[in-house]
Design a protein around this ligand. Structure first.
Ligand code: ADE
Ligand code: ZN
Length: 345
């Protein structure tokens, strides 16, 4: 492939046409303010915001916790399986427009079961959307059930127990919410149980937490991918390991700026991570709150980092497909389509 012959101006179009996997999207973080207000009215949930505009204005965060407070308030409007279905379908339609062919959705059951919503409604609503996304939009999708790390391991074990009758609908499990002070070790037993069930394991680590959390996610939880992981650069030995083992990092550029992990996109370390040989992927995290879906994350990066070029765009899309938990035959087909996009450029 002759990447150097491709003009930079063509990148937005080529990235959009490239088949891509989105591996780090909290589906509750795709709830746009308009849908939050519509569901609040439908379900008679009182919000602390007077209007869609006031809710948008509240999206000025100082750190992860300041975001999570709003995110959990937004998710409180979801009550029945139709709500979960509608939320996920709205996401899938946007993802299809961005060229996403594979989406592995995080969801937070404890946020809902704590309010009396049955886990069955959450999962079956999302499954209905995943089936429809495949049938009508050509998106292959899977569900990753996340445990909230600010809650106890007992609560996570109970959640796993409650989800067991629906095991067949789960691709894997993850770990999210407030990172600092809640190290991966806290969830060693529940992840061991998940591995025994044959579930894929991922965890947020090294977003706000130290590089040691990335190491314990790998060594204690035995995760196959690290969500965020951007703070790995503070530990040279860890970077070498991540490169040697090709552990995928699901990086979320707009999220990192909104949550003040980096001061600006020009200061984002994604290009450094790529040059260190890491398997970096680009994702949206909570697109309704952070200013854009996956394509915006790519274009914001390429606009801000002049050292990134066409080969990097191809590499990032390729990494996302390879790092997904999709079937090998599906992956092969997408990888061929990706090469065709760049070969014809
Ligand atoms: N839940 C939703 N988005 C999250 C993030 N960026 N980090 C941790 N937990 C989250
Ligand atoms: Zn996340």
């Amino acid at each position: 492939m002759n990447f150097s012959a491709i003009p930079r101006e063509r990148l937005p179009e080529l990235i959009r046409r490239s088949p891509k996997a989105e591996l780090h999207i909290h589906i509750e973080g795709s709830l746009e303010p308009e849908m939050i207000f519509a569901l609040a009215t439908k379900n008679q949930v009182r919000l602390n915001y007077a209007s869609v505009e006031a809710l948008r204005q509240a999206c000025a965060f100082t750190d992860l916790q300041s975001f999570l407070d709003l995110y959990y308030a937004g998710a409180s409007v979801l009550r029945d399986d139709d709500d979960f279905y509608a939320m996920a379908m709205a996401y899938f339609r946007r993802a299809a427009a961005d060229g996403v062919v594979r989406a592995e959705l995080f969801f937070d059951p404890q946020t809902h079961t704590e309010r009396g919503v049955p886990i069955r409604s959450v999962i079956l609503g999302l499954v209905r959307a995943c089936d429809e996304a495949r049938r009508d939009l050509g998106i292959s999708a899977g569900l990753i059930m996340c445990f909230l790390r600010h809650l106890s391991e007992e609560s996570a074990l109970q959640t796993l127990h409650d989800a067991l009758p629906l095991r067949q609908h789960l691709l894997g499990v993850g770990l999210d919410s407030s990172e600092r002070g809640n190290p991966p070790e806290k969830f060693a037993r529940v992840f061991e149980a998940c591995r025994a069930l044959g579930l894929h394991c991922v965890a947020h680590a090294g977003e706000e937490g130290p590089p040691a959390y990335i190491e314990s996610a790998l060594d204690v939880l035995k995760v196959e991918r690290v969500d965020h992981g951007v703070r790995c650069l503070e530990d040279a030995a860890l970077v070498q390991r991540l490169s040697r083992e090709q552990v995928p990092l699901t990086v979320c550029p707009l999220s990192n700026i909104k949550l003040c992990v980096f001061a600006s996109m020009a200061k984002h370390n994604l290009a450094t991570l790529l040059r260190a040989g890491l398997c970096v992927t680009v994702n949206s995290d909570d697109p309704a709150y952070f200013g854009g879906y996956v394509l915006r994350n790519y274009t914001a990066l390429f606009d801000a980092l002049p050292e990134l070029g066409p080969r990097d765009a191809w590499q990032l899309a390729r990494n996302s497909l390879q790092a997904s938990f999709a079937e090998p035959a599906e992956k092969e087909a997408w990888l061929r389509q990706l090469d065709a996009v760049f070969a014809s450029a």
